[in-house]
Design a protein around this ligand. Structure first.
Ligand SMILES: Cc1cc2nc3c(=O)[nH]c(=O)nc-3n(C[C@H](O)[C@H](O)[C@H](O)COP(=O)(O)OP(=O)(O)OC[C@H]3O[C@@H](n4cnc5c(N)ncnc54)[C@H](O)[C@@H]3O)c2cc1C
Length: 401
């Protein structure tokens, strides 16, 4: 079996960008995964779903011009600023894959193990691949977080937002949506619009909303609050324009900043679809969740009313409770190798070339955020990752071959 220099696991924006740049440097590689699966699934749930990021901040990176999100949208008369629909982004990703990275192998990697001089990958069809280096670009797959309290309920009664395949399936049902971030707010709006009866349970005292940024802004406004791929303001601008800078900062500062940057808030375009549409209960902690005659009985504690407790019975709970990136949850990595990956707050600790403590094993995308900062939770970080890995790491791998 011919060993390749690089195997990429995952064919979302990060994996596709890297493959495009490796090809641009004639570095032999294989890329596995269902192209744009995360985004296609979102698109298939139905309803009006939009990106929070700007069009220009959601590019899949190619080494040649002509493949940005705006390059796709412009000639088709689609939005080239914001908001861009999720369906539109999924279609752009499929178009990018078919035109720039047509060699993607549409198959999952079932197991990754270490071998002399590299790695072995077992594919879902039972075949094998050997590689000198492996790049894990599996995004948020496998990291959906449901608090223990809710996770003990059987699956049809509680579902994470990422596992909802159709909002219309909840029509006519009472749903408690837990959370206050974009996923929870959007799920509640989509449930309402699909004919369900959602109630939003929010731990915080209020919901925070992004403000809309005008396309036409004075020079003064643009200088005070510059617009960049990660958002608006000096912090977003600095992070976007110096994507590698955070890696050299002390761990304690960087990890705190990464956790706290961009706290839960809804997109401006979602606000009118949420406010005054369905009940929103703020300052609420869910303290118990029990199955009761095929429904869910929740005990809610209201922290704004001296911890007063009350009961709410619903048909389902939708958990918009985010993601918990934890190397231990990457079950396709063989146990011993996984245990030997050095962690930074449960994420892999990565060097400046996105390499983990296992030589030749790299992580890009959201899993790299603790080492590189919040930019890498978003598509906008794909360009830097692809440039760094193809420029610094892959050439070494191919020379060693
Ligand atoms: C609801 C929601 C909305 C978001 N909106 C935005 C937004 O507006 N803008 C933005 O920039 N970011 C947004 N994000 C963040 C976004 O998810 C990430 O920025 C982006 O998807 C990361 O790209 P990726 O390539 O790392 O992962 P993904 O896009 O998740 O791709 C992962 C790939 O890995 C594959 N894969 C998984 N396991 C295996 C395996 N074992 N073998 C082979 N392949 C595998 C999958 O099939 C998929 O192809 C959002 C996230 C959520 C949850």
């Amino acid at each position: 079996m011919k060993k390749v220099s690089v195997a990429i696991i995952g064919a979302g924006p990060y994996g596709l960008s890297l493959a495009a740049h490796l090809a641009g440097q004639a570095i032999d590689h294989r890329i596995f995964g269902r192209p744009m699966q995360f985004w296609s699934r979102i698109a298939e749930t139905g309803g009006d779903r939009y990106l929070k990021s700007y069009c220009f901040g959601t590019n899949i990176s190619a080494p040649m011009p002509g493949y940005s999100f705006a390059d796709y949208n412009g000639p088709r008369g689609l939005e080239t600023f914001e908001p861009c629909s999720m369906q539109n982004f999924a279609a752009y990703g499929q178009w990018f894959q078919q035109n720039v990275v047509p060699w993607v192998e549409d198959i999952d990697v079932a197991r990754l193990d270490r071998q002399a001089g590299g790695f072995g990958l077992s594919l879902a069809d039972g075949s094998r691949c050997e590689a000198e280096r492996v790049v894990i670009a599996t995004g948020l797959s496998g990291f959906a977080y449901v608090p223990d309290l809710l996770a003990t309920l059987p699956t049809p009664l509680v579902v994470h937002t990422s596992d909802v395949s159709s909002f219309a399936a909840f029509k006519g049902r009472d749903i408690a949506v837990v959370g206050a971030g974009q996923s929870a707010l959007e799920a509640a709006a989509l449930l309402f619009e699909a004919g369900a009866r959602p109630q939003l349970l929010v731990r915080e005292d209020e919901i925070f909303w992004q403000t809309r940024v005008s396309r036409e802004r004075s020079l003064w406004r643009r200088m005070r609050s510059p617009i960049a791929g990660l958002g608006t303001g000096p912090k977003a601008w600095t992070l976007t324009h110096f994507p590698g800078a955070m890696h050299s900062l002390p761990d304690t500062w960087r990890t705190r900043f990464t956790r706290n940057h961009l706290p839960p808030e809804g997109a401006w375009w979602l606000r009118s679809r949420v406010e005054d549409k369905f009940p929103i209960h703020c300052s609420i902690n869910v303290v118990q969740a029990l199955e009761a005659d095929g429904r869910v009985a929740l005990t809610l504690r209201d922290t704004s009313k001296n911890n007063l407790e009350r009961r709410l019975v619903v048909d389902h709970v939708v958990a918009g409770t985010g993601y918990d990136i934890d190397v231990d949850r990457l079950s396709f990595i063989e146990d011993e190798m996984r245990a030997s990956i050095t962690r930074l707050k449960r994420y892999p600790r990565l060097d400046a070339s996105f390499e983990s403590s296992v030589p030749g094993l790299h992580f890009i995308g959201p899993a790299s955020a603790m080492s590189f900062g919040p930019l890498f939770r978003f598509v906008v970080g794909a360009d830097y990752s692809a440039h760094v890995l193809s420029g610094r790491i892959a050439p070494k791998a191919s020379l060693a071959a």
